[in-house]
Design a protein around this ligand. Sequence first.
Ligand code: UDP
Ligand code: LCN
Length: 806
Amino acid sequence: MSELIQAVIDSNEKADLRTFASDLRHQEKRYLLKNDILTAFAEYCHNHQKPENFFSSSNLGKLIYYTQEIIREDSNLCLIIRPKIASEEIYRLTEDLTVEQMPIQELLDVRDRFVNHFHPNEGDILELDFQPFYDYTPTIRDPKNIGKGVQYLNRYLSSKLFQDPKQWLEALFSFLRIHRYNGTQLMINERIQSPQQLSDQIKKAITFVSDRPSEEPFDRLRFVLQLMGFEPGWGNTAGRIHETLELLDQLSDSPDHQSLEAFLSRIPMVFRIVLVSPHGWFGQEGVLGRPDTGGQVVYVLDQARNLEKQLQEDLALAGLDVLNAEPKVIILSRLIANSDGTKCNQRLEKVHGTQNAWILRVPFREFNPKLTQNWITRFEIWPYLETYAIDSERELLAEFQGKPDLIVGNYSDGNLVAFLLSRRLKVTQCNIAHALEKSKYLFSNLYWQESDHNYHFSLHFTADLIAMNAANFIVSSTYQEIVGTPESVGQYESYKSFTMPDLYHVVHGIELFSPKFNVVPPGVNESVYFPYTRYEERIESDRDRIEKLLFTQEDPEHIFGTLDDPSKRPLFSMARLDRIKNLTGLAECFGMNAQLQERCNLILVAGKLRAEETTDHEERDQIEKLYQIIDQYNLHGKIRWLGVRLPKSDSGEIYRVIADRQGVFVQPALFEAFGLTILEAMITGLPTLATQFGGPLEIIQDKFNGFYINPTHLEETAERILEFVSKCDMNPNYWYEISTRAIDRVYSTYTWKIHTTKLLSLARIYGFWNFTSKEDREDLVRYLESLFYLLYKPRAKELMEEHLSR
Ligand code: UDP
Ligand code: LCN
């Protein structure tokens, strides 16, 4: 980057740089983000009559493209440049155009000064640096491969291990001896005493099974195999056992990483899984759409169901039916005594459609019954998590009759509990963020002191740093969740360095190139969400009822608005009413465009209709704002707003009924981490226009199977919707084309089958490597524990005291 800056300075663009920098110095704004920088530069080009291609063809234009932030301090400009994904360089540009590179520590000081929280006379601030712990672990080199951690790790460690055949065979042998199910030995027994004997016995067993009919069940071979030293786990039939033995034989003689991966994927080592999701209303009915209860609950429930199914299949294939092996999945959530008509006050609830998947609800301790017996927003939950983890450990051990094999945390609070549980139980920890709030709330770290009363980001971000560094592996829904796009910073990337003024500076918060990151997107429940064209699977009475509900039914208690012409093409959206979901933005964009109102009705399924019925401040603000927009643009007769909580089965049919009328789904969020509603809409065949900020950018392929919108530009968004609607009016085939491709996109890429196969494979491979390489992470985990006890815990205690005084 320094060459690019130098090239600007050494050329006739120097004058442009000087003038542009001077313009910035005269702006009122002293902290410019990417959008502000682009706007300022566009203005500069306009005012100085620069040629149209100046931005794309000049070096200065390139420099501006890569600049993420500019902070003005006195007459100096501090440029934060992101030359490529996951990297950052900082430069100070003085008034006389000298340029010097700045270390991250200095940038953090600049930011502190910007908010008047720089006090060097009072001593240095705590600096958090995780880099040294990653120095001796493998790291990916090419940013393109970030998120493909397991392939990389497998290749890297295999090549190291395979260099020493003796050590390799020893490792394999030791690993095969450790597997048990309910006390019964799996894989190999004590008749095989050494790696050499293992090699010999494999060959004998291969000869034995290759002579048997390939479909012959394991049961009939069990006795002979046992005498040779082999226990259940190799396969359910002679054919399958033969394949697994051949894989191991190959691994012993001429190992390669693909056979290792294939072999490990067959070993039955995961039987019991915990999915931790403490906050929110976690239930199967009547909870969706409430503040804090959205996609995560849908995701975790679907994941639990599908994990059970996949484990059942895997265990059956491994031949464990002979032991009646039954997998068990527990979703660990919070018991809420005052459950507002939900089942959240029940300790144990079976997950619908499963044999052995449960929601286990453990209450928070009664520190403060006024609070702990009720729903607590995810922003206030922090003081109760440590004791919750301790109580949960006891309950999990009882429910499982032993330890789980894998602990998966969900969201910041669940990941912290997963860390505490994994630490205590010595079990593999997997993290799923769903959404990291740091990048969602602008300047949330810089101004944490101003917003801590409502949001408690000091606890939140500390918990995030602890959990993401502690995790053995991290599952993300998209690539950009980790490292963003060439234009925007990723969610995990935003933890790389940041300041929490007066609390700490993070100089290296997470290693983005670590192979712990794996992209594994979720799917949709295909029995609820399926294409509108599958008429034979749809229930006619449901369709009629939902048609009425959406377009004509009068129910002022739950529905606002009567449509003047219910036959117009419906524009549909469904989301929780929080600010970032931006349904108010969609209403405003609809209000701004008369042509759109002529052609379409706007149908919203969202939250509640009355501000006084909610205790969530964001929901209250959004309800008031939505009414104000409806009045301001006089949308009466053109909008329906349903404040209803629908059963899941209805929500599938809603999308289909909208598709029956050749409607459109619009997702206008200011930022969407992933966006399950987008998958739901697309699989039902509803053409979807969704925000370009976040996950939808990866789900949708623009103009092919859906469309991007920029919800910060409302008029332009309205134009894009209108353009699509007009094209469909002119050529009805166009709607069908997009609809069909949307359906194909979800079935080919976003299914739970793909997700669970990959997740279980990750669990096995990371489990193997943790065992084999005996990677010593104790120093890192000790550092994280110190942060937990010395930083997190005292602040959490303060928050609890504040709760008690309310
Ligand atoms: N949902 C619902 N009713 C509502 C709002 C949302 O059933 O009033 C469901 C929706 O169908 C989807 C989930 O909640 O399954 C929202 O997930 P998404 O990932 O889109 O957003 P999140 O709420 O997690 O941010
Ligand atoms: C949280 C979000 O904000 C959504 O974007 C995701 O789809 C959901 O969790 C499930 O991961």
